[in-house]
Design a protein around this ligand. Structure first.
Ligand code: SDX
Length: 428
């Protein structure tokens, strides 16, 4: 017998279907609520509202679980590679050797961007934040590949757009950095793997020989895996709702890049380092900054702490915290802000304010420390997040289109002025 929930309103009782997911998540299906009851729901920030049924990523916020297509993030971070995880998220299964070879080869042969992209890049002053440049360059692909605008594009055509997105994102990212530092751009070296190719485009200089450090490349590959998808977060929901209007993959993902930029979302990794540096400059007074974070009259928040879904440890933060230690040791770096971060975590996790609100370190709390150790400048931290999240955005956009979901159009409760006649300006 199908489970239902009962809603009683104005003396009438309605039966609403209950649906259960494969991990026993249970939801009231309100698809026909308005038609049946004349009621809409209100859930500002969608804290309780599911926007879709998805088979891509599963989060269990109470138990700190994150799985991509059923595989635990711990396993993938330790044993997989970013392109293998990208294939898993987008196509639903881990690739065979042949499939991964072809996917990697297809991506490698599309890393170059049209020379006219440089004209767009040249239009950005060096003071431009790389995230704004990245979002623009990524969307500019609609101009160079107008066939991507076809909402009924063939599966082969969509595959080509997917490959181009993954192939050119690192090139756009590295070029947005070169624009910020006023250096000439580097062209992709296709003899290298995905992360090494990006690092060389980022850091190689005409006058010097550049050798990629495998420790750095491996650490970056692990970080990209950890950021690859995270179900219906702010930027992914943005990609889905833009994609639901049948906008192209490039414009949908460009919208996602812009959503990720916000300091409450992907922009937090940059803000964490700014915060840790401020605490260091201030003499490392941890208690003072914890109290600022707790003070309702103080806009300061403990950046990198708290999460809409995780009410326990963010499993990615645990992995990144250990990786930060490993990378700094391997590179022989002693970064004082790592000690500050660890002390901040220790004090916060003992404090009733954070315990009552279940505020734990999230993915952004330690990632900036590794990026800094890898030589990535602070303004590029959120660009790194976007590079990692790209396969997730692609997978979610593809799922929405394949499931033929309707255009997203939430309702509202109007609280404005009621009907009134127009008043001539002379009489106002
Ligand atoms: C990401 O959704 C995802 O999956 C995102 C992400 C992904 O992979 O896509 O995981 C990536 O965006 C991680 C989050 C990065 N952002 C930050 O680190 C910024 C700092 N954290 C927050 O601003 C906040 O915790 C959010 C935005 C992450 C979550 O906000 P919610 O769920 O809307 O919670 P809230 O703002 O309503 O806070 C609940 C309470 C409030 O206190 P009260 O009003 O109940 O007294 O907790 C407090 C908040 O003031 N609070 C914090 C806090 N975070 C929440 N207080 C101090 N410091 C913080 N960091």
């Amino acid at each position: 017998m199908a489970k239902t929930a009962q809603l009683t309103f104005n003396g009438q009782t309605y039966e609403l279907p209950i649906i259960e997911g494969s991990e026993n998540e249970t939801a009231i299906d309100i698809s026909e609520l308005l038609e049946k009851t004349g009621l809409v729901t209100l859930d500002i920030g969608y804290k309780n509202t599911g926007a879709t049924k998805s088979a891509i990523t599963f989060l269990d916020g109470d138990h700190g679980i994150l799985r991509y297509r059923g595989y635990g993030i711990e396993d993938l971070a330790e044993k997989s590679t970013f392109l293998e995880v990208a294939y898993l998220l987008i196509f639903g299964e881990l690739p065979t050797t042949e499939q991964l070879k072809k996917f990697t080869r297809d991506i490698t042969t599309h890393t170059l961007v049209h020379e006219d992209i440089k004209k767009i890049l040249d239009g950005f002053p060096s003071t431009s934040h790389p995230m704004g440049v990245l979002a623009s360059l990524f969307c500019a692909q609609t101009a160079f590949y107008p066939e991507s605008l076809d909402p009924n594009r063939s599966a082969e055509g969509v595959y080509l757009s997917i490959v181009r997105s993954l192939a050119k994102m690192p090139t756009f990212a590295a070029w947005s950095y070169k624009n910020a530092v006023g250096h000439p751009v580097n062209y992709p070296d296709n003899s290298l793997d995905y992360c090494s190719r990006f690092l060389k485009m980022m850091f190689a200089l005409p006058a010097e020989h550049y050798e990629v450090d495998p420790v750095v490349a491996n650490a970056l590959d692990k970080l990209l895996i950890l950021h690859a998808d995270h179900e219906q977060n702010c930027s992914t929901s943005t990609v889905r709702i833009v994609g639901s209007s049948k906008a192209s993959i490039y414009s949908s993902i460009s919208a996602g890049i812009n959503a990720l930029w916000g300091p409450l979302h992907g922009g937090a990794n940059q803000e964490v380092i700014v915060m840790l540096e401020a605490i260091r400059q201030d003499g490392g007074n941890i208690e003072k900054w914890i109290n600022k974070a707790k003070d309702k009259n103080d806009p300061f928040r403990l950046m990198g702490f708290g999460h809409r879904v995780y009410k326990n440890f963010d499993p990615r933060a645990k992995i990144i915290k250990k990786a930060a230690d490993d990378v700094l040791n391997k590179l022989g770096i002693n970064d004082p802000v790592l000690d500050i971060a660890m002390k901040l975590e220790e004090v916060a996790l003992r404090d009733p304010y954070f315990i009552e609100r279940k505020l734990y370190p999230n993915v952004d709390f330690y990632s900036g420390i590794i990026y800094r150790a890898l030589g990535i400048p602070v303004d590029m931290f959120t660009v790194m997040f976007a590079m990692g999240r790209l396969p997730g955005w692609i997978a979610q956009w593809k799922e929405l289109r394949e499931n033929k979901e309707p255009i997203g159009r939430p309702r509202q409760v109007y609280v404005g002025t009621k009907s009134r006649p127009y008043v001539e300006i002379a009489k106002r």
